[in-house]
Each structure stands twice: as structure tokens, then as C-alpha cells.
Design a protein around this ligand. Structure first.
Ligand SMILES: Nc1ncnc2c1ncn2[C@@H]1O[C@H](COP(=O)(O)OP(=O)(O)OP(=O)(O)O)[C@@H](O)[C@H]1O
Ligand SMILES: [Mg+2]
Length: 233
């Protein structure tokens, strides 16, 4: 059933009150929805996604996730963040990294999963990202696109309610990109999760999103945001 996953009101993002990056007057995102944030480099896309993830404090206004505002975070594991710089443990294996996601998603007091189950969930996510031949490989020995897929596998294994993905389709060839896109979109639709992606490539953004959030730097109001409805791909 569709319900409200994210509610943004009168939000100003940035790192200092004197130089705000962008203002988002109002935005509501439902479960099952895919939103793409697009705009030029340095405009504040990563900052917005980190603000939604409660990793950066809003300069003003509020973000609530499933009705809970900043400070009262939603249960651990319910938000999957795929950072632009991935945040993988580079010396550890692919499996080790993906298991961290699987554990984060199953950390409630009654949800302690047996280690074989954690392993199965992780192996399945690794397989879905086409990395079954790299399970024991240290992440640092993988290519950029392969590392990106490890980060996506980690998030799928976590099975979060909201996925915040920052440029997660970078460094992938056309065929791999289609595979990754269909796995992630498939996950979101099946689990009725919410996907918010940062994507500077507008046509790629349109190919995945139900709606787009454009952050652009106008001259009068230095940063203006607007939403426009798009056809479902
Ligand atoms: N931790 C930080 N402290 C202070 N300023 C920061 C911090 N992180 C980013 N900034 C600044 O905020 C602005 C927006 O950065 P952000 O990373 O959100 O941009 P972006 O739209 O994601 O860019 P890109 O497309 O290049 O990834 C930049 O000018 C950057 O220098
Ligand atoms: Mg960025």
C-alpha cells in the first residue's frame, strides 16, 4: 500500500547559514516511488541526499522519514545509502562488504538471522550484481564499476525501505548499466521501497525516475529547485 516515505518542508541545505546551497519548499515522496535529483556539479545534490539521510543537519526546515524528523532517526537498517565515494572496506572481500549490509538490515532485537542466512542473502545480492566470480576478491582489486556494484549489492542485501543512491550508475558499460538498473528498480517495485538517486546525466535520470528534482543555480535566488512530473518509463 502506498504511504508517505519522505516529507520535506521549507528545507534549506548547506554547511553554513551565510551561504545556503538550495531551498526545497515542499516535497513529498511516497513508497514505491523513484525520484532523480539532477543538476550541475557542485550545486548541492550530494548534500541534499546526505541531508535526507540525516548525515548533514538542515540549515532550516525539516525532513521526515516515515513521519519521524531529524534526530529521531528511523530504525537502523531501514535506510540504504550508496555514497558517491562508495564507503566500502577496500581491503576486505566482496562477500565481507555485502554481509555488512545484510547484517545492518537484520539487526532488530528479534531479527537476528543465522549466519548461514546472512551468507545466503549476501551471495544472492552478489549474484544479482553479476559478481559471483569475485566473492573472495578484496574490493581494492576490483574495477571502479565492479566496486560500485559491490556497494549496490550491499544495499540490496540490507533490504532497506529507502535507498539513497549517489551517482550509482557511474562507470558502468551500457549492458551492465541496464542490468543494474533493472535489478534496483525491480527491488524497489517489489518491496514497495523508495529510491532517491542523484544523477547528473539527465537522460539517464529520466530513464529511471518517476519524477525529477532539478537543482539549478539561478542568479537572483542563487539556487532554485523545481519538480516536474515525468512519464513512468
Ligand atoms: N562537508 C562539507 N563542508 C563544507 N562544504 C561542503 C562539504 N561538502 C560539500 N561542500 C560544498 O558544498 C557544495 C555542494 O557540494 P555537493 O557535493 O553537494 O555537490 P554535488 O551537486 O553533489 O556535486 P557533484 O555533481 O560534483 O557530485 C560544494 O561547493 C562543496 O564544496
Ligand atoms: Mg555529488
Amino acid at each position: 500500500m502506498e504511504s508517505e516515505a519522505v516529507k520535506i518542508e521549507d528545507l534549506t541545505i548547506g554547511y553554513s547559514k551565510g551561504s545556503p546551497l538550495a531551498e526545497i519548499p515542499s516535497l513529498r515522496i511516497s513508497t514505491g516511488e523513484i525520484i532523480a535529483i539532477t543538476g550541475p556539479s557542485g550545486v548541492g545534490k550530494t548534500t541534499l541526499i546526505r541531508t535526507i539521510a540525516a548525515l548533514v543537519r538542515p540549515l532550516s526546515g525539516s525532513v521526515s522519514l516515515f513521519g519521524q524528523t531529524f534526530g529521531a532517526r528511523p530504525p537502523r537498517g531501514s535506510i540504504g545509502y550508496i555514497p558517491q565515494r562508495l564507503g566500502l572496506v577496500r581491503h576486505a572481500s566482496v562477500l565481507h562488504n555485502v554481509k555488512m549490509g545484510a547484517r545492518a538490515g537484520n539487526c532488530g532485537p528479534y531479527a537476528l538471522l543465522a549466519s548461514t542466512k546472512i551468507r545466503d542473502i549476501s551471495l544472492d545480492a552478489i549474484d544479482r550484481m553479476g559478481l559471483s566470480d569475485k566473492i573472495y576478491e578484496p574490493v581494492r582489486r576490483l574495477s571502479g564499476g565492479q566496486q560500485r556494484r559491490v556497494a549496490i549489492a550491499r544495499t540490496i542485501a540490507q533490504s532497506p525501505k529507502i535507498i539513497l543512491a549517489d551517482e550509482f550508475l557511474s562507470e558502468l558499460d551500457e549492458k551492465t548499466l541496464e542490468m543494474v538498473k533493472s535489478e534496483v528498480v525491480g527491488f524497489v517495485r517489489k518491496e514497495d521501497a523508495t529510491l532517491i538517486v542523484v544523477e547528473h546525466d539527465v537522460s539517464r535520470a529520466k530513464s529511471i525516475a518517476d519524477r525529477m528534482l532539478v537543482i539549478d543555480d539561478g542568479r537572483v535566488n542563487p539556487f532554485i529547485s523545481s519538480t516536474m512530473a515525468l512519464e513512468v518509463p
